[in-house]
Write a protein that binds this ligand. Sequence first.
Ligand code: CMP
Length: 150
Amino acid sequence: MGLEKTFVMLKPSTVARAMIGKVICRIEDKGLKIVAMKLTCIAKEEAAELYAVHKGKPFYDALVQFITSGPIVAMVIEGDEAVKVMRKFIGATNSKEAEAGTIRGDFALSNQKNVIHASDSVENAKMEMEIFFAPEEILSYKRADDNWIY
Ligand code: CMP
Protein backbone atom coordinates (compact mmCIF):
# COMPACT_ATOMS: atom_id res chain seq x y z
CA MET A 1 0.00 0.00 0.00
CA GLY A 2 1.33 3.45 -0.91
CA LEU A 3 0.02 5.83 1.71
CA GLU A 4 0.29 9.41 0.37
CA LYS A 5 -0.74 12.91 1.39
CA THR A 6 -2.15 15.40 -1.08
CA PHE A 7 -3.12 19.06 -0.86
CA VAL A 8 -6.77 19.87 -1.57
CA MET A 9 -8.47 23.26 -1.64
CA LEU A 10 -12.17 24.08 -1.81
CA LYS A 11 -12.35 27.29 -3.85
CA PRO A 12 -14.10 30.57 -2.90
CA SER A 13 -17.10 29.67 -5.11
CA THR A 14 -17.58 26.44 -3.10
CA VAL A 15 -17.57 28.31 0.20
CA ALA A 16 -19.89 31.00 -1.24
CA ARG A 17 -22.33 28.34 -2.51
CA ALA A 18 -22.39 26.70 0.96
CA MET A 19 -21.11 23.44 -0.52
CA ILE A 20 -18.22 22.73 1.85
CA GLY A 21 -20.07 19.90 3.56
CA LYS A 22 -21.22 18.27 0.32
CA VAL A 23 -17.69 18.12 -1.07
CA ILE A 24 -16.07 16.98 2.17
CA CYS A 25 -18.73 14.27 2.41
CA ARG A 26 -17.59 12.92 -0.99
CA ILE A 27 -13.96 12.84 0.15
CA GLU A 28 -14.79 11.04 3.40
CA ASP A 29 -17.21 8.63 1.70
CA LYS A 30 -14.38 7.60 -0.65
CA GLY A 31 -12.39 6.48 2.40
CA LEU A 32 -9.85 9.28 2.29
CA LYS A 33 -8.79 10.86 5.58
CA ILE A 34 -8.60 14.59 6.40
CA VAL A 35 -5.35 15.08 8.32
CA ALA A 36 -5.30 18.92 8.25
CA MET A 37 -7.97 21.50 7.50
CA LYS A 38 -8.52 25.27 7.77
CA LEU A 39 -10.93 27.94 6.53
CA THR A 40 -8.75 30.82 5.46
CA CYS A 41 -8.15 33.55 2.92
CA ILE A 42 -5.29 33.32 0.45
CA ALA A 43 -2.90 36.27 0.20
CA LYS A 44 -1.87 37.35 -3.30
CA GLU A 45 1.68 36.06 -2.59
CA GLU A 46 0.37 32.61 -1.61
CA ALA A 47 -1.79 32.51 -4.75
CA ALA A 48 1.27 33.38 -6.84
CA GLU A 49 3.19 30.52 -5.19
CA LEU A 50 0.35 28.02 -5.58
CA TYR A 51 -0.25 28.91 -9.23
CA ALA A 52 3.34 29.72 -10.26
CA VAL A 53 3.18 27.21 -13.15
CA HIS A 54 0.28 29.15 -14.67
CA LYS A 55 2.00 32.56 -14.60
CA GLY A 56 1.84 34.14 -18.06
CA LYS A 57 -1.22 32.14 -19.16
CA PRO A 58 -4.23 34.15 -20.36
CA PHE A 59 -6.34 33.11 -17.35
CA TYR A 60 -3.65 33.74 -14.69
CA ASP A 61 -4.66 37.24 -13.49
CA ALA A 62 -8.34 36.28 -13.33
CA LEU A 63 -7.42 33.09 -11.46
CA VAL A 64 -5.42 34.97 -8.80
CA GLN A 65 -8.25 37.51 -8.50
CA PHE A 66 -10.80 34.70 -8.06
CA ILE A 67 -8.83 32.58 -5.62
CA THR A 68 -8.17 35.61 -3.37
CA SER A 69 -11.79 36.85 -3.58
CA GLY A 70 -13.09 35.06 -0.48
CA PRO A 71 -12.42 32.27 2.00
CA ILE A 72 -11.18 28.88 0.85
CA VAL A 73 -10.88 25.58 2.72
CA ALA A 74 -7.35 24.17 2.66
CA MET A 75 -6.91 20.49 3.48
CA VAL A 76 -4.35 17.76 3.55
CA ILE A 77 -5.89 14.45 2.53
CA GLU A 78 -4.29 11.09 3.23
CA GLY A 79 -4.94 7.74 1.66
CA ASP A 80 -3.61 4.93 -0.52
CA GLU A 81 -2.27 6.68 -3.67
CA ALA A 82 -4.14 9.79 -2.52
CA VAL A 83 -2.65 12.06 -5.21
CA LYS A 84 -3.84 9.95 -8.15
CA VAL A 85 -7.12 9.01 -6.49
CA MET A 86 -8.06 12.64 -5.69
CA ARG A 87 -7.18 13.86 -9.21
CA LYS A 88 -9.38 11.19 -10.77
CA PHE A 89 -12.10 11.86 -8.25
CA ILE A 90 -12.28 15.65 -8.91
CA GLY A 91 -12.56 15.26 -12.70
CA ALA A 92 -11.37 17.38 -15.62
CA THR A 93 -10.41 21.04 -15.05
CA ASN A 94 -13.22 22.26 -17.27
CA SER A 95 -16.27 21.27 -15.24
CA LYS A 96 -18.43 21.02 -18.38
CA GLU A 97 -16.15 18.24 -19.62
CA ALA A 98 -15.73 16.53 -16.25
CA GLU A 99 -17.39 13.11 -16.09
CA ALA A 100 -20.63 12.79 -14.15
CA GLY A 101 -19.81 11.24 -10.80
CA THR A 102 -16.70 13.35 -10.34
CA ILE A 103 -16.86 16.34 -7.98
CA ARG A 104 -16.48 18.92 -10.78
CA GLY A 105 -18.73 16.90 -13.07
CA ASP A 106 -21.51 16.93 -10.50
CA PHE A 107 -21.14 20.37 -8.93
CA ALA A 108 -19.98 22.92 -11.52
CA LEU A 109 -20.15 24.31 -15.04
CA SER A 110 -17.07 26.50 -15.06
CA ASN A 111 -13.43 26.20 -16.09
CA GLN A 112 -12.31 28.64 -13.38
CA LYS A 113 -14.92 28.19 -10.63
CA ASN A 114 -14.38 24.45 -10.70
CA VAL A 115 -15.12 23.73 -7.02
CA ILE A 116 -11.87 22.12 -5.93
CA HIS A 117 -8.14 21.93 -6.49
CA ALA A 118 -6.02 18.83 -5.86
CA SER A 119 -2.26 18.47 -6.36
CA ASP A 120 -1.13 16.78 -9.57
CA SER A 121 1.99 15.07 -8.16
CA VAL A 122 3.54 14.01 -4.86
CA GLU A 123 6.20 16.74 -5.23
CA ASN A 124 3.63 19.49 -5.86
CA ALA A 125 1.48 18.16 -3.01
CA LYS A 126 4.40 18.62 -0.62
CA MET A 127 5.12 22.13 -1.89
CA GLU A 128 1.44 23.17 -1.81
CA MET A 129 0.73 21.84 1.70
CA GLU A 130 3.80 23.70 2.98
CA ILE A 131 2.25 27.00 1.77
CA PHE A 132 -0.76 26.50 4.03
CA PHE A 133 0.29 24.26 6.93
CA ALA A 134 3.09 24.06 9.47
CA PRO A 135 4.29 20.45 9.94
CA GLU A 136 2.66 20.24 13.40
CA GLU A 137 -0.75 21.11 11.88
CA ILE A 138 -0.72 17.92 9.82
CA LEU A 139 -2.00 15.21 12.15
CA SER A 140 -1.66 11.48 12.33
CA TYR A 141 -4.57 9.57 13.86
CA LYS A 142 -6.49 6.30 13.62
CA ARG A 143 -10.03 6.33 12.33
CA ALA A 144 -12.50 3.67 13.44
CA ASP A 145 -13.00 2.52 9.85
CA ASP A 146 -9.28 2.35 8.91
CA ASN A 147 -9.26 -1.47 9.02
CA TRP A 148 -12.35 -1.69 6.82
CA ILE A 149 -11.14 0.65 4.07
CA TYR A 150 -8.04 -1.31 3.08
P1 CMP B 1 -6.85 24.10 -10.56
O1 CMP B 1 -6.94 22.63 -10.52
O2 CMP B 1 -6.92 24.83 -9.28
O3 CMP B 1 -5.50 24.53 -11.31
C1 CMP B 1 -5.35 25.73 -12.01
C2 CMP B 1 -6.62 26.49 -12.14
O4 CMP B 1 -6.64 27.45 -13.17
C3 CMP B 1 -7.73 25.51 -12.54
O5 CMP B 1 -8.04 24.66 -11.49
C4 CMP B 1 -8.82 26.49 -12.95
O6 CMP B 1 -9.47 27.06 -11.83
C5 CMP B 1 -7.98 27.57 -13.63
N1 CMP B 1 -7.96 27.37 -15.09
C6 CMP B 1 -7.29 26.43 -15.77
N2 CMP B 1 -7.50 26.57 -17.10
C7 CMP B 1 -8.33 27.63 -17.23
C8 CMP B 1 -8.92 28.27 -18.35
N3 CMP B 1 -8.68 27.85 -19.59
N4 CMP B 1 -9.73 29.32 -18.13
C9 CMP B 1 -9.96 29.75 -16.87
N5 CMP B 1 -9.43 29.17 -15.76
C10 CMP B 1 -8.62 28.12 -15.95
